[in-house]
Design a protein around this ligand. Sequence first.
Ligand SMILES: Cc1cc2nc3c(=O)[nH]c(=O)nc-3n(C[C@H](O)[C@H](O)[C@H](O)COP(=O)(O)OP(=O)(O)OC[C@H]3O[C@@H](n4cnc5c(N)ncnc54)[C@H](O)[C@@H]3O)c2cc1C
Length: 237
Amino acid sequence: MISEEIRQVRIIDIRPITHDTRQFRFAIPTDRDFNFMPGDFIKVFPDPGDILEYRPYTPTSTPDMKDHFELIIKRYGLGPTSRFMHERKVGDEVWVSGPHEGGHFAEGMAKQVGMLAGGTGITPMISIIRTILSRGMDVSISLIFGNKTVDDIILKEEFDSYVEKYANFKRYYTLSKAAPDGWTMGTGRITQEMMRQHLPAPSDETLIFLCGPPMMQIELLKKLSELGYDKRKIIIP
Ligand SMILES: Cc1cc2nc3c(=O)[nH]c(=O)nc-3n(C[C@H](O)[C@H](O)[C@H](O)COP(=O)(O)OP(=O)(O)OC[C@H]3O[C@@H](n4cnc5c(N)ncnc54)[C@H](O)[C@@H]3O)c2cc1C
């Protein structure tokens, strides 16, 4: 597929993920390739007449799904593109371009992958996690996932089930607003202590993915640097 070409893709399934996020599944026509690496992104154009107005979204499905790809999109009250997507129905077509190269993961890049995600910053991590686990790669994954409340945690059940199923997957959630009774994981924002405890130690074989709101990224980049992680080993998809 020519990545800059803008074309229509049909929505074949929509399902709620959390109270303000939905998963959209799009069909990949049989005569077209949709080759991407986990962490790459596509562009959504709500108005095909205005090619300057688009927003990027990271497929959460794996590249191994050849007949469809999925996006998880959060709705913002004032956001034209997220609102446009949340108003779509199954069968509607949406103008997209891509896949475009983002900060992605490929086998051989690292033996240990640490992930720091805030809110919808989890989307690139989802495809990377699913790809590493489903392909049985010899790579350990340690995810720290910050959210406001437990109801905001995207795909919590799936991540929890991976802990039972895969020895090479760990996850640690932290909640900045309200933690439910009996909550045993983190509270507040992601701290350096959480990173020290839950991320793989800095090494040539360690790669850190970081994705979230801009201020979080700036703050955590500084903390990672203080902990001794080499900037060249930190990927912001
Ligand atoms: C590489 C990349 C990949 C992305 N992948 C995804 C993805 O998979 N899923 C997804 O849901 N989003 C993703 N985003 C964000 C997405 O591209 C849009 O920025 C988002 O959907 C808002 O677009 P909009 O047109 O609805 O609103 P905009 O016009 O961009 O924003 C309108 C208002 O919405 C609010 N808002 C927008 N973004 C944020 C934010 N991050 N935090 C707090 N308030 C905000 C603000 O009030 C803002 O003024 C990604 C961004 C990048 C750069």
